[in-house]
Write a protein that binds this ligand. Structure first.
Ligand code: SF4
Length: 329
């Protein structure tokens, strides 16, 4: 098996806020005890509701945010401290795609200049060659040279996201973190951008951490999927296996809500409020919404354990027993 490109071990991020009558300081664990690996050319999808810690995780993996606990390595080396010379150098191999392409682009510059910019900064080639490479990259993501002369506000949302992608690829990265890259787009455009990412990944051998609240989108692009709830992974496994047989009750609810051809499953509607990271329930954080919660779930947090060769699950009802899982009924 190919060695991993990205390895995160025991990541935690704690934000401090003040609560109560006397404004006591409390620590909110936005991400807690998360470990992951991504091999070259592989996509790990991370899915979860808003506030589950997905974006914070993505920023820590890329070194944009410093973890309070744990570590991240890229190609076997620790990710350097943010804004150090080594970090700037490593950023050419690791890029991020955000949800809002307009916010990621400079409204005052034609998009071709923004696509060319990484070459202007990092490479000493002649301007004509840099320009030519930028045009080729625009064409690679489905845009014309004429569209390159336009300003961001003159393009559609899908076209703008293609520009952001072209710019990210100019430095020939090995790894992309895509944080809700299609959430702001129409459904038909979402599919086009996801298909483009799949093509580019196959062509360029990119590894990706693909973050979304939408399991349907994550499923399209990911070889493996991690399901995140209130800062922790609750299930992780091969995408097809996880869809065919979700083991954690939260994953089962998500899968039941994601339409899939050929699969008929009764929709599981979760009760209760979406999670608030500042008010983490005791025991299993999912227990207030879990249809299978038992007394033990209210006091004891389940650990994420391997239940077979590729699957890890955090649920008291899914425990490895001599190599087999006792699955939630
Ligand atoms: Fe539900 Fe208990 Fe499993 Fe948590 S540990 S998901 S509450 S059954």
């Amino acid at each position: 098996m190919t060695a991993e490109l990205v390895r995160a071990q025991g990541l935690a991020r704690v934000y401090h806020s003040r609560r109560g009558l006397f404004g006591q300081a409390v620590g909110v664990r936005a991400v807690d005890s998360v470990s992951l690996t991504i091999r070259p050319g592989e996509t790990l999808g991370v899915v979860g509701e808003s506030g589950s810690g997905k974006s914070t995780l993505g920023r820590m993996v890329l070194g944009l945010e410093v973890p309070d606990e744990g570590s991240v390595t890229f190609a076997g080396q620790p990710v350097p401290p943010i804004r150090s010379a080594a970090w700037r150098q490593s950023r050419s191999r690791m890029q991020m795609i955000y949800q809002d392409p307009l916010g990621a682009l400079d409204r005052r510059l034609p998009v071709i200049e923004q696509v060319r910019e990484p070459l202007d900064i990092h490479e000493g080639a002649a301007r004509s060659e840099r320009q030519e490479r930028a045009v080729r990259m625009l064409e690679r993501v489905g845009l014309s040279a004429r569209q390159g002369s336009r300003y961001p506000h003159e393009l559609s949302g899908g076209q703008r996201q293609r520009v952001v992608l072209a710019r990210a690829l100019m430095t020939r990265p090995d790894f992309l973190v895509c944080d809700e890259p299609v959430s702001a787009l129409d459904v038909s455009i979402q599919a086009q951008v996801v298909n483009l990412l799949i093509d580019l990944q196959a062509d360029l051998g990119l590894a990706m951490l693909f973050i979304s609240h939408d399991l349907r989108v994550v499923r399209q692009i990911s070889g493996r999927i991690a399901v995140m709830y209130l800062g922790r992974f609750v299930e992780e496994g091969d995408a097809d296996d996880l869809f065919a047989e979700p083991l954690h009750p939260y994953t089962r609810a998500l899968v039941s809500a994601a339409p899939s051809p050929g699969r008929r499953a009764e929709r599981i509607v979760l009760s209760g409020e979406p999670p608030n990271p500042a008010d983490r329930p005791q025991g299993c954080a999912f227990h207030p919404r879990c249809p299978l919660a038992a007394a033990r779930c209210r006091t004891e947090a389940p650990r994420l354990v391997a239940v077979d060769g590729t699957r890890r699950v955090a649920c008291h009802l899914v425990e490895p027993a001599a190599g087999t899982a006792r699955k939630a009924a």
